[in-house]
Design a protein around this ligand. Structure first.
Ligand SMILES: [Fe+2]
Length: 328
């Protein structure tokens, strides 16, 4: 499976690319089995009783373990990120070949049985788990329980603070529209890229026990302003679909985990790609051509996007694009 010029151009222009039916269906089913098998046997959540799938987790079923977190509506099994099946699924030959078309350099290799994300605990007491620390495989299998009666909330995007170059989210099971799928803001990568201090990384304020109130990732005022504008003015694309579908997304693409207003659990595998050049590139300034350290195929991509392909990619306004193309 190879990406064509239109796909490469679309990724470059909009910072994401939906690619249907990439992951092996039988392996997806096996990973779903692994997810359920990892649940404590006395859990209220039972696979064969759909009524129990609605969140939040009951307090007695919650786990703050950062390699297998169950809290609120989120069920994050990071231990599975180094399982042979998950690595075979999300770092498959086909997906790696497409990532190699996009990136320039030797892809970092995931380690089966290596240390999963979260092994070293949260970034600071009570803080988030840092995907950059001790992660030798995929980020893991991330599920969102149905929200049930929980009121609707507005979308709110962010970017990830750890260094990598290319993200991928793969659906392990069929995920309907409104069912908690990953959301991306088209074109946000180009808007946000120059607002960072560093090309693929971000300055951080260290955490100290005796000075606890000031910590974490440092954002520029320009970045915060741009995020506010994206939330207020731009429509995200929802990456719902069938088991086996994936989305590639650029490191600086604004995104969020969707709200799950369906009656099924959203089950996805998340993974990052980067090359052997990341260590050298991560701290350089985000000036000049943002694609200069991507593949020459990406650098040279400027194919016109057809209205049909834009619609397949669910690009907001692509229906209007199709109409105007028809009229001309
Ligand atoms: Fe994120």
């Amino acid at each position: 499976m190879r990406l064509n010029h239109e796909q490469l151009s679309f990724f470059k222009r909009y910072g994401y690319l939906l690619v249907p039916d990439v992951m092996d269906q039988a392996l997806c089913a096996k990973v779903r089995d692994e997810m359920w098998a990892a649940l404590p046997p006395d859990s209220h959540l039972r696979r064969d009783e759909q009524a129990t799938h609605v969140g939040p987790f009951r307090s007695e079923d919650e786990s703050l373990d950062s390699v297998h977190t169950r809290q609120g509506y989120r069920w994050l099994n990071r231990a599975l990120g180094v399982s042979a099946q998950v690595i075979e699924l999300i770092y498959s030959e086909a997906i790696c070949a497409m990532a190699e078309q996009l990136l320039d350099g030797e892809l970092r290799q995931a380690v089966v049985g290596g240390t999963p994300m979260g092994t070293q605990g949260p970034a600071w007491p009570g803080g988030p788990t840092d995907p950059a620390v001790g992660t030798e495989g995929a980020r893991g299998v991330y599920c969102t329980l149905p929200y049930g009666e929980r009121p609707r909330e507005p979308d709110a995007c962010h970017t990830d603070g750890h260094p990598f170059q290319l993200g991928v989210v793969g659906l392990l099971d069929d995920t309907p529209q409104g069912g908690g799928a990953f959301k991306v803001w088209p074109g946000s990568h180009a808007k946000l890229y120059p607002t960072f201090n560093l090309r693929y990384d971000q300055p951080r304020i260290p955490y100290y026990d005796h000075l606890p109130s000031f910590k974490g990732i440092v954002h520029t005022p320009e970045y915060l302003q741009a995020i506010e504008e994206l939330n207020a003015q731009e429509q995200p694309v929802e990456c719902y679909g069938s088991a086996g579908d994936i989305v590639f997304w650029h490191h600086r693409t604004a995104h969020m985990a969707g709200h799950n207003h369906s009656d099924v659990i959203r089950q996805a595998v998340l993974a990052d790609f980067w090359t052997d050049k990341l260590d050298e590139l991560r701290s350089s300034a985000p000036d000049g051509d943002m694609w200069r350290d991507w593949s020459s195929a990406v650098q040279n991509s400027d194919t016109e996007i057809s209205p049909r392909f834009a619609r397949q990619q669910r690009l907001p306004g692509s229906d209007a694009l199709a109409v105007s193309a028809f009229r001309t």
